[in-house]
Structure formats: structure tokens, C-alpha cells
Write a protein that binds this ligand. Structure first.
Ligand code: NDP
Length: 432
């Protein structure tokens, strides 16, 4: 890790995986002999580029673009693009590293990568977002392709941004190559259920966790962080399963709505008006608490769906005191290592993002299948496939945890199951 100074989040993500691997390395020395760990930590390719664009006032703006093509042992690099001012190489590498194991867990033939920019789409006009996306793709297009690297959305990159990116890719290459990006709109190559997939998948995973304990979501108090793509559809699926979802958040604070979140209003504020949860609270007559974390309201099921390191040890203690039973990560690495340890020591069922939020990328792979066969599947069929994939990932985590002597540990199960799949492929492909 001395090779990557200052990349705090990347170090954290590597530790989380490698700390679980001791029993595998003891049993399978070929992984040590083949330098699999060392090779896994070094991305196959890292691209950093200038993104110049012109704002509405006619001023030239410069952002930095990234694409880290981490590992292609299982298939083309696959993973989202994040547009957020906090993006730097350490964030992109942590996300890319996580993505390698997550994608392996889905059972689909996809490698891992991630990208993005320190561009902040918040407060920008549609024209500015379009000009930025066009400039970003003017460099990125030469590195991606349906058999090479297939980006998707992440924080700050939704249907609007994917549209502008795809439009520019098509224009530059003169190819209608649907499989080059996922998260597309339904009329131009997108898949039903992709928009819902990460949030739905996280809740379906949590449903299975509850079921192993003979419980269900019915009537349970649920708290979700974030109010973006993952959070909105986690709320929707939890409500469909009978849960009582009382709170969600954004980067300015949280809303507590003891009558239960009114999802139609929340979607209107967030998806249509691109507004804040404070505006939801005002219109709904609910409580808005500025600059505090949502976990303080307590929950039976907690679903962190915003960003990395948003649930720390104090939050974990509060959740434990409130009687939390399940924490399933919809976001990537939202729980700090200390908080994750506290929750697990307290007997809380804890699922890491690389397992619980894998439904998004799995459905992206289903979108790629539809693009390749020029087909489009129904909502019901696609959702049934998503549900099956989430249940399979859940069961594989528990089986692997059992096999390696840590029964009930979703963290160990996910890390070992993801690692062995990628590591075996890397060994088979030789020293490359
Ligand atoms: P969105 O941009 O749609 O929403 C992000 C939400 O998180 C917003 O409510 C945002 O608040 C909040 N947020 C973002 N950054 C911060 C921060 N630094 N502090 C506090 N709140 C923050 O992103 P997604 O819903 O797509 O992604 C959420 C998480 O899920 C990320 O960790 C992402 O990597 C992960 N993920 C997403 C997948 C997908 O399919 N979209 C797939 C798998 C994982 P505000 O509006 O105020 O910025």
C-alpha cells in the first residue's frame, strides 16, 4: 500500500477484503505463489484526463476525469461513473477494487472498473451538464466498448447524464453500440428494472437475511440514508414488503416522517424537481433535521444508501441501542470498519455492499444481454431474475462463511466467495 500514498479509501477497501482471506490463503497456497493479492491491488490500466467545458456564462471550466480499469479476468471492465466534487484517484480505486469482487459475486461474466470526475452536477443547468458530458466522452470513448469496458451510473450520474454520454459516443464513433453503456433510457436500449435494481436488490437481500432468522419486513421500522437512485427504490421495495419507512436524508440533513415516507412526493421533489429533502419535509409537514445523520432516529432495519463512511461507530452504538436487527449496505462502503465490527459483535445481521448492492450491476449485465440479442424483457421477468440473483448471492455468502469456519458472517462470505472466483480465473489466465 506504500505504492499508493494518500489513497485512504482504497487502503480501507483493500484491508476489508484482505483481512478476511487468511483461511483461504492457508488452504490454497497457489494464490500466494501466483502473487494474486499483489496483482489484484494493481489496476490493469488507469486513465486520468482533462475535461474542459464552457459554462453558461461563457467561462472555460476544467475538471479531471478518471477511468480505472481494474480487473478483466472474468469479462469486460464494468462499473459506474461518479460525478461528485469529492472524486479523486483514491475514491475511484476503492470503488473499482470493490467492483471486482461484487461483479464476481453476481455470477455474471463481468470484470471490474470504475470512473468519474470531480465535476459537481448540482446547481448546473442541463446545458452545462450536457457540455460537460460531451467533453468527458470525447476522451473516454477511445477506452471503452461493449467488449472492453462498459460504464454505468453512480452518484451524480443518472439517466440524463448517461443519455448525453451515449449521444456523444454514438456521434464520435458513428456506431449504435448499445452495449457500451448501461443505465440507458427505455426507448434507446435500456432495460426495465435497471433504475430500480440496486435499491430493490438491497431490500431483497435484507428480506432474505430476515428470513434466515424467521422474520420479515412486515411492520418493521426502516431507516434509509440518501434520497438518490438507490435510496428511492430501496424505500419503494421496503414499502411493498410492508415495512414502515420513517426517514431518509441527503447531504444537508435528514427528514423524519413518522407517518411513513410519502414516496410519490419524495420522487417528485428529488427526481423531477431535483430538490432537497428539506423541501419534502416542508410540503409534507414532516420534521427536517439539518446537518445530522439519520441513524439517530433508530431502526429495526437500517439501509445506508448514500455514500462511503456515512455510518460511524457512534452511529452504530445508537442503532444498537435502538434495537437494530439488520444493516444492509445499499451504498459502497458506507459503514466504517469500526462501526461494522461493533454491529457484528452485537449480533446484528450485517451485509456488506459488495453483496447487498450487487443487484444494480447484475441488472446492468442483464441489460447487456438484451442489447446483445436486440431484445427487451418484461418488468416481471427481469425483476424475477434480479430476485433470483440476490437470493443466490445471499446463500453463497452464508455457505462460504460456513465453509471457512465463520458461520453467519456475510462480510467473510462475500469477500472469500468473490476473491476465489476472480483469483482462480487470474491463475488460469497466467501471469498477465
Ligand atoms: P445518487 O447521486 O442518485 O444519490 C446519492 C445520495 O447520497 C443523495 O441523496 C446525496 O445527497 C447523498 N450523498 C452523496 N454524497 C454524499 C456525501 N458526501 N454526504 C452525504 N450524503 C451524500 O447516487 P446513487 O443513489 O446512485 O448512489 C448511492 C450509493 O450507492 C453510492 O455509494 C454508490 O456508489 C452506490 N451504488 C449505486 C449503484 C447504482 O446503481 N446507482 C449501484 C451500486 C452501488 P445530495 O443530493 O445532497 O448530494
Amino acid at each position: 500500500l506504500a505504492r499508493n500514498p494518500g489513497e485512504r479509501e482504497f487502503h480501507q477497501a483493500v484491508h476489508e477484503v484482505f483481512d478476511c482471506l487468511e483461511p483461504v490463503l492457508a488452504k490454497h497456497p497457489q494464490y500466494v505463489d501466483g502473487a494474486v493479492l499483489e496483482r489484484l491491488c494493481e489496476p490493469e490500466r488507469q486513465i486520468i484526463f482533462r475535461v474542459p467545458w464552457i459554462d453558461d456564462a461563457g467561462q472555460v471550466q476544467i475538471n479531471r476525469g478518471f477511468r480505472v480499469e481494474f480487473n478483466s479476468a472474468l469479462g469486460p471492465y464494468k462499473g459506474g461513473l461518479r460525478f461528485h466534487p469529492s472524486v479523486y484517484l483514491g475514491i475511484v480505486k476503492f470503488l473499482g477494487f470493490e467492483q471486482v469482487f461484487k461483479n464476481a459475486l453476481t455470477g455474471m461474466p463481468i470484470g471490474g472498473g470504475k470512473g468519474g470526475s470531480d465535476f459537481d452536477p448540482r446547481g448546473k443547468s442541463d446545458g452545462e451538464v450536457m457540455r460537460f458530458c460531451q467533453s468527458f466522452m470525447t476522451e473516454l470513448y477511445r477506452h471503452i466498448g461493449e467488449h472492453t469496458d462498459v460504464p454505468a451510473g453512480d452518484i451524480g450520474v443518472g439517466g440524463r447524464e448517461i443519455g448525453y454520454l451515449f449521444g456523444q459516443y454514438k456521434r464520435i464513433t458513428n456506431r449504435y453500440e448499445s452495449g457500451v453503456l448501461t443505465g440507458k433510457g427505455l426507448t434507446w436500449g435500456g432495460s426495465l428494472v435497471r433504475k430500480e435494481a440496486t435499491g430493490y436488490g438491497t431490500v431483497l437481500f435484507a428480506e432474505r437475511m430476515l428470513a434466515t432468522a424467521g422474520e420479515s419486513f412486515d411492520g418493521r421500522r426502516v431507516v434509509v440514508s440518501g434520497a438518490g437512485n438507490v435510496a428511492l427504490y430501496a424505500i419503494e421495495k421496503a414499502q411493498q414488503l410492508g415495512a414502515h419507512v420513517v426517514a431518509c436524508s441527503d447531504s444537508s440533513g435528514y427528514v423524519l416522517d413518522e407517518r411513513g415516507i410519502d414516496l410519490d412526493l419524495l420522487r417528485q421533489v428529488r427526481e423531477v424537481e431535483r430538490g432537497r429533502v428539506s423541501e419534502y419535509a416542508e410540503r409534507r409537514g414532516a420534521v427536517h433535521v439539518a446537518d445530522r445523520r439519520v441513524w439517530e432516529v433508530g431502526a429495526y432495519v437500517a439501509l445506508p444508501c448514500a455514500t462511503q463512511n456515512e455510518l460511524d461507530d457512534d452511529d452504530a452504538r445508537g442503532l444498537i441501542a435502538s434495537g437494530v436487527r439488520v444493516v444492509a449496505e445499499g451504498a459502497n462502503m458506507p459503514t466504517t470498519p469500526k462501526a461494522a465490527a461493533l454491529l457484528q459483535e452485537a449480533g446484528v445481521l450485517f451485509a456488506p455492499g459488495k453483496a447487498a448492492n450487487a443487484g444494480g450491476v447484475a441488472t446492468s449485465a442483464l441489460e447487456m444481454q438484451q442489447n446483445a440479442s436486440r431484445d427487451s424483457w418484461t418488468f416481471e421477468y427481469t425483476e424475477a431474475r434480479l430476485a433470483r440473483i440476490m437470493h443466490d448471492i445471499h446463500d453463497r455468502c452464508l455457505e462460504t462463511a460456513d465453509e471457512y469456519g465463520v458461520p453467519g458472517s456475510y462480510v467473510t462470505g462475500a469477500n472469500i466467495a468473490g476473491f476465489t472466483k476472480v483469483a482462480d480465473a487470474m491463475l488460469a489466465l497466467g501471469i498477465v
